[in-house]
Write a protein that binds this ligand. Structure first.
Ligand SMILES: [Zn+2]
Length: 298
């Protein structure tokens, strides 16, 4: 579904020489209690690629001001997008409830996708599986991750792309870096146990074809350990994809895919997972809407 009935193309993202044009959203981090996964926001730069957009001059948790000539461009007000048909048609089969109360909006609002299909890149082996043992392991990993993509694509339209730079969500075969965590009791930094996955997002501005100002957008990167453990790779990918599709929080029940910790027998997506996803997609967000001039702001 194309909400705007038009195509938008990404603005240049990681331009090193962005002299006049950029700034930063505040960093937010959320660490799972059991180090199952790690979700974080990079303190990334928002780029405005055209001179007449001027530069972003200040940010705070939920407000961003950009200077454009003598006027100001600001973030769009949070608004809801139409509910994707797949979620509209979802009927809660068991009368299960949800864990929407555990989901936190970000500075941009809820992490709702508004253009479908959402483009997903899964890192691929470069050699055929028969070439070597490591190529074979890579192929297993890839196949396991694809199962998780298929699980979610029943509920939201997803499309596999072959180039990471085209993707909204990139799933990379890589161990998340270890990050020391301040222990408040001892005042020292603890090195956490190795994590099997990490999901992080960043905001950027995407040029709109038929709107005067760029659209506030987001991208997700999921780092997923190369270690192949039967069923765990799919389960971990399923969990992290849930974050990337908008479930920015955890379930307190181990029968849900978004349970905060690893379990021995990972569950499939539960009705509670989908109920929660549906609730999220009915929430207002700044994402997917164009920036506005300050005068136009309500
Ligand atoms: Zn998680």
């Amino acid at each position: 579904m194309h909400l705007w009935g038009r195509k938008s193309r990404p603005l240049i993202l990681f331009v090193a020489f962005a002299i006049s044009l950029l700034v930063v959203l505040t960093q937010l981090e959320q660490v799972d209690a059991q180090t199952t996964c790690f979700t974080s926001v990079k303190p990334n730069s928002l780029l405005l690629s055209k001179d007449n957009y001027g530069r972003i001059i200040s940010t705070s948790n939920n407000f961003l001001v950009a200077e454009a000539d003598s006027s100001q461009l600001v973030l769009p007000n949070p608004q809801t997008h139409p509910l994707p048909r797949t979620l509209e048609q979802w009927e809660n089969p068991t009368g299960a409830d949800d864990y929407f109360s555990e989901i936190k909006p970000t500075p941009a609002g809820y992490l709702v996708w508004s253009e479908f299909p959402v483009k997903v890149y899964v890192e691929r082996p470069t050699e055929p599986p028969e070439a070597s043992a490591s190529a074979k392991r890579f192929q297993y990993w890839f196949d396991d991750v694809l199962k998780a993509v298929e699980d979610w694509s029943i509920h939201l339209p997803l499309n596999l792309v072959t180039q990471a730079e085209d993707a909204d969500i990139s799933i990379l075969r890589s161990s998340p870096p270890l990050k020391p965590v301040l222990n408040r009791e001892t005042g020292r930094f603890d090195l956490p146990r190795a994590r099997s996955a990490e999901a992080s997002y960043e905001f950027y501005l995407r040029e709109a074809v038929d709107a005067p100002y760029p659209i506030l957008s987001h991208k997700f990167t999921i780092l997923l350990s190369p270690d192949h453990i039967v069923e765990q790779t799919t389960a971990t990918a399923r969990h992290e994809l849930g974050h990337a599709l908008g479930i920015w929080g955890h379930s307190p029940l181990e029968t849900d895919a978004l349970y905060f910790s690893k379990v021995r027998n990972p569950p499939p997506l539960s009705p509670r997972d989908i109920n929660t996803l549906k609730q999220i997609y009915q929430q207002p967000t700044r994402l997917g809407w164009p920036l506005v001039f300050n005068e136009e702001r309500n």
